[in-house]
Design a protein around this ligand. Structure first.
Ligand SMILES: C[S@@+](CC[C@H](N)C(=O)[O-])C[C@H]1O[C@@H](n2cnc3c(N)ncnc32)[C@H](O)[C@@H]1O
Length: 785
C-alpha cells in the first residue's frame, strides 16, 4: 500500500470512527448533502479528491467539491481534538503516520480557494471560521513532505507514541528549511504542538486540562490549541510593583546609591552616575536624624578677655575661681558660650527640668470657652465713685484690710520690704513665661475646671490675682434682674476675670483668697497656705460658702479627710434656731458656754443631724451654680435652676466681680437708706469680708457669714450664687428672713457671734464718738459662678 493510500485508509477507516465521532461531537461538521452522507460510507478519502489550487484539476462537480470539503473537515477534526481520552492514537502519531507521498493532502499555495466552514454549512456556528478561518495562520506550520518522511522513517517505529521524542523530532522539522508547504492539518503538526504543550504542563495542570476538556465549551475547544489556552507565555512576564495604588518603577526600589564623599577623591569613576530617580509622593524618603557632633557653641570665637561683660562683683568672683582662668589653650571643640557662659559658671545654676517634661498635662485638655480674661480689676458704673468716697484710711489704721506697701507709704525700699506681694507678682508676670506665672487651668474629673500649680510655691507666697469687675451691689442686682433674667444657664456673669475664678474649693485647702488694698485700690489674690505647694498640685481654697438658705447647699467633692460634705460651713452652722436677743456679758458667756457644753455632752451630732435634715444637699455639678443665702429674684432663681441643670453651659457665663459695698456711704445704722440697702444686699451673691470684727458692722443679712470666717483666711469669705428655683412660700419665708435680718440681727447669729458683734459695735460706737464719723466698712464682694 502506498503511503497515500495508507493515510487515506487510515483516515477513512482506521481512524474514521474516532475522527468522525469526534467530528460530530467536536467540530459540528455534519454532512450537508446526500453526497456527503454517501461519502461517509465511502472508504475513499475526500482528501484524495481534493484538488489543490496549484493543480490544474478543477472539481468535476459539486459532489466532488462536497466530498472534498467533507474530508478536509474531517481532517481538521482529526487534527483538532487533543483529547487523549477519546483518541487512542495521539495526534502526533497520526502525524507521523501520515502519508508521505511528497504532497500534502490539501495543498495550498496561499489562501484557500473555498471556505470549508461555509461549504459545510457550519459558518453560522463561529465567526472565526465563517470569516475564513482566521486562526489558520497560527495553526498551520510549513513543512515538507520529505522532512516528515525523514522523521517518519527514522523515528516512527522507535517511539511513535512518545510525546517528548515527537516534540524533538518536530523541532528538527521546524528547523529545516521548508521546501514545500504542507497542510498542518494533514500532518497533524498543530496537534503535535498541543501535545507538546500538554507535556510541558505539570501533573496538576494536565489533570485539570483533561478533566475540563469534556466540559469545555465549543469556543474554548476551538482555542485549546493556542498558547493562551495552554497558559504558555511567549513574551517575557513583566512583574510590576505597586505601592499605595501607585506604580513603583523597578529602579526606584533599588537602594539609593551612596554618594561619593568628596567628588575630587574619586576621579577614576568611569561610568556616569545614573540620574537619581525622583520618587513619587507615596514613597517617603527615610529621614535621617541629625546629631550635633560638636559643642553647641562650636565655631564661636572664644572671648580673649574673659572678664569682658562681667560686673565688678562677677569679676571678683571669677578671680577666686582659678579653674575658670584661661590656661592658654583654646578649647575649640567645646568653646565657652559667648555671652552668659562665664556668668553661669561663676554663679552656678540649679538643675532644672522643664515642667512639661516632669509634669505634663494630660493630652486633650479642653479650654474653658466664653470666658474673657482680664488681668486688671475694672470698676463698673458707680463702683469707682463709691470706692473713692469710702474712707479707707481708717481701715488702714485699724488694719481692717491688708495694705500693701509702696513707695508712698513705706521707706524700707522695694528690695527689703516684705509687704509687697502684689508688686512681686507683677514682676514675676512681667518677666513672662508659663512657668513663672506658675498656674494653669485643668479639667477635673468631677468639679469642672480647676487650677493647678506648674511650679512650686513657698508658704504664703502670692500665686495669682483674682481680677474681675468691681461693681456695686445695685449693679449686681441689676445684672441679675435684667441682664441675665432670661438666661436660664447662669447665675452671675463671670465671663471676665482672671483664671483664679477656676480655683475650686477644698475643706483642706492649700491656698487662701485674701483681699488687699494696693495703692488705694481693692485687690484680691490667691496666696499659698501655710505649707509649700508642690508642682502639679491642684490649688484650692476654702470658699467657706454661706449658703444662706438650706436649699442651696452643694455637695463637696474635695475628697479631703475632714471634708465637711458641703461647699460651706458645717451643717450646724448653716441655720441655728432663732434665739431671743440677749445682752450682757454674763449671758453671752453663759450662752457660749452652754453651746460648748452641749457639744461636749454629745448633743452636737444631734444638733447637726437636725440641721442637716433641714438642708437639701445638692449634688455638686462642677460648673454649676453655687450655694447662696438668698437668690436674687424669681428670674435669678430660674436662672440658677437652669444652671443646675446644665453644667456645661453654666461655665460659659460665670463672672468674677468684686463689688464695692456702698453701705459706708449710705449712712449710719438705722437710717432708712441703710435699711433699704441692707435688704438689697441680702440678695447679693458672693461676698468677701475682712475681719470678723468688722463683719459685724455689716447688715444683718450678712451676719450668717460671720459665723465662720475662712479657716485659713484672714477674713475672706466667699459666698456663691444660688442655683435653685425657690417655691413661692419659701420665697416668702426668705423675705421674712430678710426683714428679720434687717431688723433683728440676732435672729440668725449664734451667741458667740453676737458676742463678737456686740464687741465690735461697742468699738464702732467708740470710734464714732471719737471721730464724729461712722466707721467705714470696706467690703469687696467677690462674685463668681
Ligand atoms: C468658682 S467655680 C470653680 C470653677 C469651676 N470648677 C468651674 O469649672 O467653673 C465654683 C464651682 O465649682 C464647683 N466646685 C468647686 N469646688 C468644688 C468641690 N470641692 N466640690 C464640688 N464642686 C466644687 C462648684 O460647682 C462650684 O459652684
Amino acid at each position: 500500500m502506498s503511503p497515500t493510500r495508507a493515510l487515506s485508509s487510515e483516515s477513512s477507516l482506521g481512524a474514521a470512527a474516532d475522527t468522525f465521532s469526534a467530528a460530530a461531537s467536536l467540530s459540528s461538521t455534519p454532512p450537508t448533502t446526500v453526497a456527503d452522507t454517501a461519502s461517509l460510507a465511502s472508504d475513499i478519502s475526500k482528501n484524495d479528491n481534493a484538488t489543490p489550487i496549484g493543480l490544474v484539476h478543477e472539481p468535476a462537480d459539486s459532489t466532488e467539491v462536497d466530498a472534498t470539503t467533507e474530508v478536509a473537515d474531517s481532517i481538521v477534526a482529526s487534527a483538532e481534538p487533543p483529547n487523549p481520552l477519546q483518541s487512542s492514537e495521539s495526534p502526533a502519531q497520526s502525524a507521523l503516520d501520515a502519508p508521505l507521498n511528497g504532497r500534502s493532502r490539501r495543498q495550498r499555495l496561499s489562501t484557500p480557494i473555498y471556505n470549508l466552514a461555509k461549504l459545510a454549512g457550519t459558518a453560522i456556528h463561529g465567526k472565526r471560521r465563517s470569516k475564513g478561518d482566521i486562526v489558520s495562520d497560527r495553526r498551520r506550520r510549513h513543512t515538507t513532505a520529505g522532512e516528515i518522511q525523514v522523521a517518519n522513517e527514522e523515528d516512527v517505529d522507535d517511539d511513535a507514541t512518545s510525546m517528548k521524542s515527537t516534540k524533538s523530532k518536530l523541532s528538527i522539522l521546524k528547523d529545516a528549511v521548508p521546501a514545500r508547504r504542507i497542510s498542518t492539518r494533514s500532518t497533524g503538526v498543530e496537534a503535535e504542538t498541543l501535545a507538546s504543550k500538554l507535556s510541558t504542563l505539570g501533573k496538576r495542570g494536565r489533570k485539570t486540562f483533561e478533566k475540563g476538556l469534556s466540559k469545555m465549551s465549543r469556543e474554548l475547544r476551538r482555542l485549546q490549541d493556542t498558547d493562551e489556552f495552554a497558559g504558555i507565555d511567549k513574551k517575557p512576564v513583566v512583574y510590576t510593583t505597586w505601592a499605595n495604588g501607585k506604580y513603583v518603577s523597578p529602579e526606584d526600589s533599588q537602594p539609593p546609591r551612596k554618594k561619593a564623599k568628596v567628588a575630587t577623591e574619586t576621579p577614576e569613576i568611569t561610568a556616569p552616575e545614573p540620574e537619581p530617580v525622583e520618587l513619587g509622593p507615596a514613597v517617603k524618603k527615610r529621614r535621617v536624624k541629625k546629631y550635633l557632633d560638636r559643642g553647641l557653641y562650636a565655631g564661636q570665637e572664644t572671648p580673649l578677655d574673659i572678664y569682658k561683660g562681667l560686673t565688678p562683683s562677677e569679676k571678683k568672683s571669677l578671680a577666686q575661681l582659678p579653674e575658670l582662668m584661661p590656661s592658654g589653650k583654646v578649647n575649640n571643640t567645646m568653646p565657652m558660650p559667648m555671652y552668659n557662659g562665664m556668668r553661669t559658671l561663676i554663679q552656678g545654676r540649679d538643675f532644672k527640668l522643664p515642667f512639661d517634661i516632669c509634669n505634663p498635662l494630660p493630652p486633650g485638655q479642653p479650654k474653658p470657652d466664653e470666658w474673657k480674661k482680664i488681668t486688671k480689676n475694672r470698676f463698673v458704673g458707680d463702683a469707682a465713685a463709691y470706692w473713692k468716697k469710702t474712707p479707707h484710711f481708717k481701715d488702714y489704721q485699724s488694719k481692717i484690710m491688708l495694705y500693701e506697701c509702696d513707695e508712698t507709704n513705706c521707706n524700707v525700699g522695694s528690695d527689703l520690704c516684705q509687704n509687697r506681694a502684689f508688686a512681686r507678682l507683677q514682676e514675676r508676670i512681667k518677666e513672662g513665661g508659663k512657668y513663672r506665672v506658675g498656674v494653669e487651668v485643668i479639667k477635673t474629673s468631677d468639679r469642672g475646671y480647676g487650677i493647678r500649680a506648674n511650679r512650686c510655691f513657698e508658704p504664703n507666697q502670692i500665686i495669682m490675682e483674682y481680677t474681675g469687675e468691681i461693681i456695686t451691689e445695685e449693679e449686681c442686682d441689676r445684672r441679675m434682674n435684667e441682664k441675665y433674667k432670661d438666661n436660664q444657664n447662669m447665675i452671675i456673669d463671670a465671663t471676665t476675670g482672671s483664671i483664679a475664678r477656676f480655683v475650686n474649693h477644698s475643706c483642706s485647702p492649700n491656698c487662701r483668697m485674701i483681699k488687699w488694698i494696693v495703692s488705694g485700690q481693692p485687690r484680691m489674690a490667691l496666696f499659698a497656705g501655710d505649707r509649700p505647694i508642690m508642682t502639679g498640685e491642684e490649688l484650692t481654697y476654702d470658699y467657706n460658702f454661706d449658703p444662706f438658705s438650706a436649699k442651696n447647699v452643694q455637695k463637696c467633692l474635695c475628697g479631703s479627710q475632714n471634708c465637711r460634705g458641703v461647699l460651706g460651713p458645717k451643717p450646724k452652722e448653716v441655720k441655728q434656731p432663732k434665739q431671743p436677743k440677749e445682752t450682757g456679758a454674763g449671758k453671752k458667756g453663759a450662752s457660749g458656754g452652754k453651746r460648748k457644753l452641749k457639744e461636749a455632752l454629745g448633743e452636737k451630732e444631734e444638733a447637726e443631724g437636725s440641721a442637716a435634715k433641714k438642708r437639701k444637699i445638692k449634688a455638686a455639678t462642677g460648673m454649676k451654680a453655687q450655694g447662696v443665702k438668698r437668690t436674687l429674684s424669681a428670674a435669678g432663681l430660674k436662672a440658677a435652676k437652669g444652671a443646675a441643670k446644665g453644667a456645661a453651659t453654666a461655665i460659659k457665663r460665670s463672672v468674677s466681680t468684686i463689688s464695692v459695698n456702698t453701705k459706708a456711704v449710705l449712712g449710719p445704722k438705722g437710717s432708712p437708706s441703710r435699711k433699704t440697702s441692707a435688704v438689697r444686699k441680702s440678695k447679693t451673691v458672693v461676698r468677701t469680708y475682712s475681719k470678723a470684727k468688722v463683719q459685724t458692722k455689716l447688715p444683718a443679712a450678712f451676719r450668717t457669714t460671720l459665723r465662720k470666717p475662712a479657716s485659713h483666711n484672714s477674713g475672706s469669705t466667699i459666698v456663691a450664687a444660688g442655683s435653685e428655683d425657690v417655691p413661692e412660700e419659701e420665697e416668702e419665708e426668705e423675705e421674712e428672713e430678710e426683714d428679720a435680718d434687717v431688723s433683728m440681727a440676732t435672729s440668725k447669729t449664734t451667741p458667740m457671734e453676737k458676742e463678737e458683734e456686740e464687741e465690735v459695735e461697742d468699738d464702732v460706737e467708740r470710734d464714732r464718738k471719737a471721730t464724729g464719723k461712722p466707721r467705714s466698712v470696706n467690703r469687696i464682694r467677690l462674685v463668681h459662678s
